[in-house]
Design a protein around this ligand. Structure first.
Ligand code: NAP
Length: 282
């Protein structure tokens, strides 16, 4: 049987890298894309992984990379939109440029790479588009309003897109991790404003501390593999135990109560009344 092929964005580290290795171990060809291919390590044992330069925020880079990948692998089975990072901190402290960059990467990047592959999938009457959204694409977290809005938008966009692609036998699958140990926390772009610091610094400290017991990216790679091979049109795949529990509680409880419980661990020891003069409980 012919080897299957997956294209992955943001494969230089974390979830993308783990997924590239996992699919290679399962016998797939992998086009592992990243902004900078120089000095990339970890793929030497896997000859079926080929790296390509791709910046999801640059349309010329997407065009070039897609052309090169289809030349090397003329039959791509799965596109995995995974590249992303978090802009965090008080919304008031963000600039328009920072917010746009966050949307360019997490949302428009995924849209543009998807658009570039649709003619290929339509011509084959077959294709799978995986997306790393997040538990933060279904739920919201303190200080992550912009990140959450990019992931909610990606969830909504992909949920709507699935309808028009179904007649072409193109499947969309959203991979939804909770916290995962990767370069993600180091790459968070954190903005601050002194008026929010009493709240924001402690909340962010507690958020980062919650990563201590987070699973490694292999857990997400396994979920991505399941989504790519289960032969269904199922849309959503909670990808870590934490995400599964959180979605269950969100289903179980009214939003007001759920948000109170979700915020409690990161807002512990913070008297918001001291900062704002009001009880900020949502
Ligand atoms: N880790 C978590 O807790 C968690 C939870 C839920 C969802 N996620 C999502 O999972 C995805 C992967 O994150 P991760 O945890 O694996 O973090 P990571 O280790 O920081 O990996 C992020 C990847 O995205 C790439 N990237 C960033 N901007 C890019 C751009 N403009 N063009 C191409 N690639 C770009 C990075 O490449 P460079 O090396 O070039 O920077 C890197 O390969 C992200 O979409 C993230 O939002 C993560």
């Amino acid at each position: 049987m012919a080897k299957k092929t997956i294209v992955i964005t943001g494969a230089s580290s974390g979830i993308g890298k783990a997924t590239a290795i996992y699919f290679a171990q399962k016998g797939w060809n992998v086009a592992a894309t990243m902004r900078n291919t120089d000095g990339i390590s970890g793929f030497a044992d896997y000859p079926s992984i080929v790296t390509f330069k791709l910046d999801v925020t640059n349309t010329e880079s997407i065009k070039n990379a897609v052309g090169q990948m289809l030349q090397k692998f003329p039959d791509v089975d799965v596109l995995y939109n995974n590249a992303g990072y978090a802009l965090a901190g008080a919304f008031e402290a963000t600039t328009d440029e920072q917010v746009r960059k966050q949307f360019e990467t997490n949302l428009f990047g995924a849209m543009n790479v998807t658009r570039a592959f649709l003619p290929h999938f339509r011509s084959k009457k077959k294709g799978i588009i995986l997306n790393t959204t997040s538990s933060g694409g279904i739920l919201t977290f303190p200080l992550y309003s912009i990140y959450n809005s990019t992931k909610w938008a990606l969830e909504g966009f992909m949920e709507a897109l699935q309808f028009e692609l179904k007649p072409f036998n193109i499947r969309i699958k959203n991979i939804e991790p909770g916290t995962v140990k990767s370069e993600f926390t180091e790459n968070i772009s954190f903005v601050s404003n002194p008026d929010y610091d009493n709240y924001a610094k402690k909340v962010q400290h507690n958020t980062l501390a919650s990563y201590k017991n987070a699973p490694t990216p292999d857990v997400v790679a396994k979920t991505a593999y399941k989504a790519a091979t289960d032969n269904t049109f199922k849309l959503r795949y909670p990808a870590t135990p934490q995400a599964k529990v959180a979605f269950f509680f969100r289903w179980l409880f009214p939003l007001r109560l759920f948000n109170k419980m979700a915020a409690a661990p990161v807002e512990k020891q913070i008297k918001t009344k001291d900062t704002a003069g009001i009880d900020s409980t949502i």
